[in-house]
Design a protein around this ligand. Sequence first.
Ligand code: PGA
Ligand code: ZN
Length: 412
Amino acid sequence: MFKLYPRQILNSRGEPTLEVKLITDSFLVEASVPGGKSVSTKEAQPLRDKKEAYDGLTVEESIEKINTIIAPAIESMDLSRPLEIDEKMLSLDPTLKKTKLGANSLLAVSLAVYKAASITLRLPLYRLISQLAGTKINLPTPLINIINGGLHSHQTTEFQEYHLIPNFPNKPFAFLLSQSWLVLQNLIQLVNQEKKQWGYGDEGGISCLFNSNAEPFQLLKKAVQGAGFSLGTDFYFGLDAAANNFYRQGKYSLREKKTTLSSQELLNYYQELITSFPLQVIEDPFAEEDSTGWKLSQKLLDKKAIIVADDLTSTNPYLFPKIEESASFDSVLIKPNQIGTIKETLQFAKMAKAKKKNLIVSHRSGETCDPFIADLAVGLGSKFVKFGNIRQGERVVKYNRLLEIASELTND
Ligand code: PGA
Ligand code: ZN
């Protein structure tokens, strides 16, 4: 027997979100759900009250659904069998987008249940996940979102995220972070020297006005070299274009260009960037609706770029087989709140792995201090993680958990 206690808390943007405490006779766990700003059309929907407070974002109805529907159905279930508890919750809300009970209600409970299962079974959470998914444990490389643009930074660039990617094979995870931190310090010095007005974006990266979508890479290049590192060897770059957000009526609209771009022209732009900078990872290069673009992305794969689907696949195991057949990508983002339960998240990860895709476990821009996704990433054997910049409590709590797991694994 266990008891669920849901309540409303605030996320890193100060918006309401949901936390659940799960209490048994012998322990307590708590879990909370993040929220996105750059959301796809396929994502499962959180329940929001649509009242006046917090612009309609409060979660009283979600709390009510947990108390009156979810809790009575699962509180007597066996915590050592978390997949069965998820299955039960899914039977209570069989809708495509979890509109009946809310993706936030389901996920808060689901996260708490897997944490409780790991205590009940006396297994670290990442080991439990690896057993349930049949995946091999791996410590991922961080895609550090060091410059924020797009919706996370009041449109200072159209592209949303500029990633710094450390490449120090066989070095400990702590070393990757410490070297990346040196680049961050250099970047801050540079924006100060250049007297740019700047601040921090939603995911903790530097936010300032740029004249083009390529300019952040120029700055980042200087920061890497200024910190004494070799570009393309010690560090390379990644990008989340989040192209949904600048796609209008079949064309891409970038302020720096006089006219809108076709999918082919946007592809040419990416190819120029790959030639000018050590850019090796591109997420959502095209909008989720742009099937022409998602075929052209093969050209980027041919150039050895890693192409990541986020909005396109939306952690959805039901849609994945069809999408995978008609679009060219070799990696997928994994965000549990895009689908609603950990069971479905693991199902999606297994499907993607079976198709030889790299997994990249990711946070959302509106985060909480729940570190669950660090264990999820290690347990699923993720190649990379996206946890934002290496600052701000809600981001570093995940990096800190990876540091903890890394030292556990080296002492094994
Ligand atoms: P979001 O963006 O969390 O604001 O939706 C993250 C992403 O697009 O990867
Ligand atoms: Zn994305």
